[in-house]
Design a protein around this ligand. Structure first.
Ligand code: AMP
Length: 422
């Protein structure tokens, strides 16, 4: 690399063809089941008032306290690139009054980049892509079960089967505080570093999520939330489990699953792909009944998830799913000379308007180079036109699979190709 060239910022990567086609297809596939379930597309801006995340995601989370990309605009506004989209989506729903315009829940999905200043490693980036879904304004175990089922179906539709669904309930306003106090008491008796001790005060549940062995070893015998759930939460959770079983979605109860964000209540879940090493979560979500009120809205119990597109692509590779990129074009036109270029430019335009994909050799390349480009393009047919052909009013149509070449009248070129490629 010379000193005056640039590379993508640390923790980011470029999506380039042909892999970029695969990624687009994965995004589409993850969203398809949502469309079939009545979720509408929503797209909030990629940056928001920094306080939305501080309040909505939680100041005690790593995402907000350490990983946010913040900026002050020339006008003095404090903004942040979104580290996740749930708070933004809920803000957008509230601002546009979607929750007052029709029946609840408001069901929406999004697809977009998220930004976290994390230490980059395989499967962990500073800009990554999520497809997400939120169902706002209803408390119904069938809604939680619907979302988990839709995510599982989305993975399966891509050919990903070796994932696990982890499931837990985090309780509600009644039972969680009681558990929290019991957990804090237990944790205070352990041998923990200062950072972790601080976490006991702010968000003790997250200590359970600590991946370090020295911490995990001390956690055996910790009080478990499952033993503290109130009757309502227990009944709710049982219904989610029953509905998932009825839908044929296998899951594992994971009493230690707490996830990183402050706003979760009751149902919480994660999709894990074990072949990915440390960054094995391919998606996750849960119920967030208190979030709307936290950001100044009315009580709107809600549930949602976000699936990581980057990691889903990695998981598909690990599972050996063939992710073939589609051929770039059907037809590749090779003009020999300026006049032929004009004729073929018109032909290519006409083909595209007829719904076929077509490309042209640009830059006055010689025939040999142009035919190589035709092969590389994945086209089924090359259309070659030289001066002699123009005199005869024909184009040479070359079948790139068989190698056969036949002259076709120029004015019948588009209809002939349409017929052949049907
Ligand atoms: P979260 O918003 O943290 O619940 O994450 C939901 C999903 O987004 C995770 O399961 C990952 O698949 C993906 N994800 C989160 N953080 C990153 C990251 N830094 N790089 C790539 N994917 C990520």
């Amino acid at each position: 690399m010379s000193s005056n060239s640039f590379t993508a910022p640390k923790g980011t990567y470029d999506l380039i063809p042909p892999e970029s086609e695969t990624v687009l297809a994965v995004r589409e596939a993850l969203a398809a089941p949502l469309r079939r379930a009545g979720y509408g597309y929503i797209e909030p801006p990629v940056f928001e008032d920094v306080r939305l995340f501080a309040r909505g995601v939680g100041e005690s989370t790593d995402i907000v306290s350490k990983e946010m990309y913040t900026l002050t605009t020339k006008g003095g506004d404090e903004l942040a690139l979104r580290p996740e989209s749930t708070a933004s989506v809920l803000r957008a729903v509230l601002q546009s009054n979607l929750h007052r315009q029709g029946s609840l829940p408001v069901k929406v999905w999004y697809s977009g980049s998220q930004y976290r200043y994390e230490r980059p490693q395989a499967g962990r980036y500073r800009q990554f892509w999520q497809v997400g879904a939120e169902a706002v304004g209803a408390e119904d175990p069938a809604l939680d079960a619907e979302l988990i089922t839709l995510a599982a179906d989305a993975y399966r539709s891509l050919g990903l089967n070796d994932f696990r669904v982890l499931l837990n309930s985090l309780g509600d306003r009644t039972c969680r505080p009681v558990y929290r106090t019991a957990l804090q008491e237990f944790l205070r008796g352990l041998d923990l570093d200062e950072d972790t001790r601080r976490r006991i005060d702010i968000n003790p549940l997250r200590v359970l999520d600590d991946k370090r062995e020295a911490v995990q070893a001390q956690l055996t015998g910790a009080p478990m939330l499952a033993d503290y759930l109130c009757e309502d939460c227990k009944a709710y959770h049982e219904q989610v489990r029953t509905l998932l079983t009825a839908a044929g979605v296998e899951f594992t109860d994971d009493p230690k699953l707490v996830r990183g964000l402050d706003y979760y209540t009751r149902t919480t879940f994660e999709f894990v792909y074990d072949g990915l090493g440390a960054q094995s979560a391919v998606g996750g979500g849960g119920r967030y009944d208190g979030l709307s009120e936290m950001i100044g809205g009315p009580a709107l119990p809600s549930v949602g998830w976000a699936l990581g597109v980057d990691r889903t692509v990695l998981a598909l590779k690990a599972e050996g799913v063939e992710l073939s990129a589609p051929a770039r074009v059907d037809v590749y036109a090779v003009p020999m000379g300026e006049q032929a270029r004009g004729v073929l430019f018109e032909a290519v335009t006409a083909l595209r308007r007829e719904g076929l994909s077509a490309d042209l050799s640009f830059g006055g390349r010689g025939v040999k180079g142009a035919m190589k480009a035709a092969d590389r393009s994945g086209a089924r047919y090359a259309v070659v036109v030289g001066d002699r052909d123009l005199v005869d009013g024909v184009a040479q149509l070359k079948d790139l699979q068989s190698g056969d070449q036949t002259p076709v009248a120029l004015d019948a070129l588009v209809t002939t190709l349409k017929e052949k490629l049907k």
